[in-house]
Design a protein around this ligand. Structure first.
Ligand code: FES
Length: 96
């Protein structure tokens, strides 16, 4: 099991290797969304960017095509949680 620590909320969740970050958060009853986006989001289809997080520490695969397009003007460490497969212990900042 891997650990993902959410810096802002000071909460750590257990994640299966290769598990999607958004799905892991949901499984651990942790919301990566802010405010109204808890209800209004694209449910992991890389359309809304409401799940944008900052990877503060740990390694993740490079951005995929959808992330590259949606986050083109954001810093390189900003990622869509719905597009990340967790393969390392991570420290994440939500709604950066
Ligand atoms: S949930 Fe909409 S982009 Fe990730």
């Amino acid at each position: 099991m891997l650990k993902v620590h959410f810096e802002r909320e000071n909460r750590t969740i257990q994640v299966e290797a290769g598990e999607n970050l958004r799905q892991a958060a949901i499984r651990n009853k942790f919301s990566i969304y802010a405010h109204i986006h808890k209800i209004l989001n694209c449910r992991g289809r890389a359309l809304c960017t409401a799940c944008t997080v900052q990877v503060v520490a740990g390694n993740v695969a490079p951005r995929n095509e959808a992330e590259t397009e949606k986050l083109a003007k954001k810093p390189a460490d900003f990622r869509l949680a719905c597009q990340i497969a967790v393969d390392d212990d991570l420290v994440i900042k939500t709604h950066p």
